[in-house]
Write a protein that binds this ligand. Structure first.
Ligand SMILES: [Mg+2]
Length: 420
């Protein structure tokens, strides 16, 4: 039997998370905003049907919001992250081959499911996610990941009963590809599809049936892979263990421009802390940190300043306090008074896995793994930032606007849903 790949995808993920705890919003238009309440980053179908585009700035759609009583939410990443995690753990009860592709998309495999009816099995999974999390999902099944994406697209678009579409015959595959514009194919962006269109390749079926050798000459080897995948020859396997990140980036804009050194320092400390947590989570160590600050290039009236620097450490480490010290030294050198800063961030560089160490003869870094472990486990158990480094401070004045954020239903005891 040929391998079958599945793609499980939550429909309108952020919106669905909000609805999960506010069932009164079912069938009502809902929007979730980006950081700092700027633009729409998730829209319910009702909002899509009103013609409001992805990324529409809130101040430009105010009229529609009032007119159609659209419910507007700030993004609540604590909630979405936690729901994503729960989603994955339910999927893992139905198959042990899972690749986490994005916050709301999982590729799955069915090794050892020879005697199963995979469509029925997947329909059960759709029901389980709906029952346990209140999230609507669709699953596409097909002989390659690219085709599984196509199947999922149709399952969602057609709103099929049971939420599952399986492209398991040549007839079904051909039909699906015939009606799919080439730009809807996984990995074919807008630029590529324009070029393909100019070569007369308009639909996914056109691409599948194109001559591989000709296209490989004009495009890249990835194009060949895509064509083979569309033909049902899998070229991309499941990546069950995501590769550890090669660098860790934490950066964010301030809610308001600031010229206050202490505020910038606290924000940097916050980013360093988060970055080091992620570093330890993937069992890595780093030996350099990049610190950057800048003003807002779009504020034409403001004097502009952008600067950054890399601090190298004598040894690899994942000790937060070592990076905090390095970041503070960097900030002291970078910071200039009289500018209004809009953004700052850090990057942890030169990452290594595990315990490989080349100790420096003259400098010694205090590693303190026990303390780091304790901090991580307490924050995991009692909530983010329960234990923190002093330099992070307690007032997060720099944090961006999120005035319409829903409660942290699943990650904070105080916010747990009460049933009267
Ligand atoms: Mg989705």
């Amino acid at each position: 039997m040929k391998a079958i790949y599945g793609l499980c995808d939550v429909n309108n993920f952020y919106v669905s998370c909000e609805r999960s705890f506010r069932p009164d919003l079912e069938n009502k238009p809902v929007i979730v905003l980006s950081n700092n309440d700027g633009c729409a980053v998730a829209r319910s179908n009702e909002v899509k049907n009103l013609g409001i585009k992805m990324g529409a700035p809130l101040h430009l759609i105010q009229k529609e919001v009032t007119e159609h009583d659209i419910q507007v939410f700030s993004s609540n990443y604590a909630l979405y992250g936690d729901m994503s995690h729960r989603f994955a753990s339910i999927v893992e009860e139905y198959t042990n081959q899972v690749e986490i592709y994005s916050i709301d998309e999982l590729f799955i495999g069915f090794n050892g499911f020879k005697h199963y009816n995979l469509t029925h099995h997947s329909q059960k999974l759709v029901k389980a996610v709906r029952r346990s999390l209140g999230l609507p999902i669709c699953i596409g099944l097909a002989p390659s990941k690219t085709l599984a994406k196509v199947a999922n697209h149709y399952a969602k678009w057609l709103g099929v009963d049971g939420g599952v579409i399986s492209l398991d015959t040549e007839y079904k595959i051909q039909n699906a590809l015939k009606h799919l514009p080439v730009n809807e194919i996984w990995g074919i962006g807008r630029k590529l599809s324009k070029r393909l269109n100019s070569h007369g390749i308009k639909t996914a079926l056109n691409l599948r049936d194109a001559e591989i050798s000709t296209l490989r000459r004009h495009y890249s080897v990835n194009m060949e892979r895509t064509i083979r995948e569309l033909r049902g020859e899998p070229c991309y396997g499941l990546k069950e263990q995501p590769a550890p990140k090669k660098q860790i980036v934490c950066t964010r804009s301030f809610a308001n421009k600031t010229s206050d050194y202490e505020t910038v320092k606290k924000a940097i400390a916050y980013h360093v802390t988060r970055g080091c947590e992620n570093l330890r989570k993937q069992s890595s160590m780093a030996r350099a940190i990049h610190v950057g600050i800048r003003t807002n290039p779009f504020s034409k009236g403001d004097a502009q300043y952008v600067n950054s620097m890399v601090m190298k450490l004598p040894e690899y480490t994942n000790n937060t306090s070592v990076f905090l010290k390095a970041a503070n030294t960097a900030l002291k050198r970078l910071f200039r008074e009289r500018f209004l800063y809009k953004k700052c961030g850090i990057m942890l560089l030169d990452l290594t896995q595990g315990q490989v160490q080349q100790p420096d003869l003259f400098h010694h870094v205090n590693q303190n793994p026990k303390l780091m472990k304790l901090v991580d486990s307490m924050n995991h158990k009692y909530g983010k930032s329960t234990v923190r480094f002093g330099s992070e401070g307690f007032d997060k004045q720099w944090v961006m606007r999120s005035e319409r954020k829903s409660p942290a239903y699943t990650t904070r005891w105080d916010d747990i849903l009460k049933v009267a």
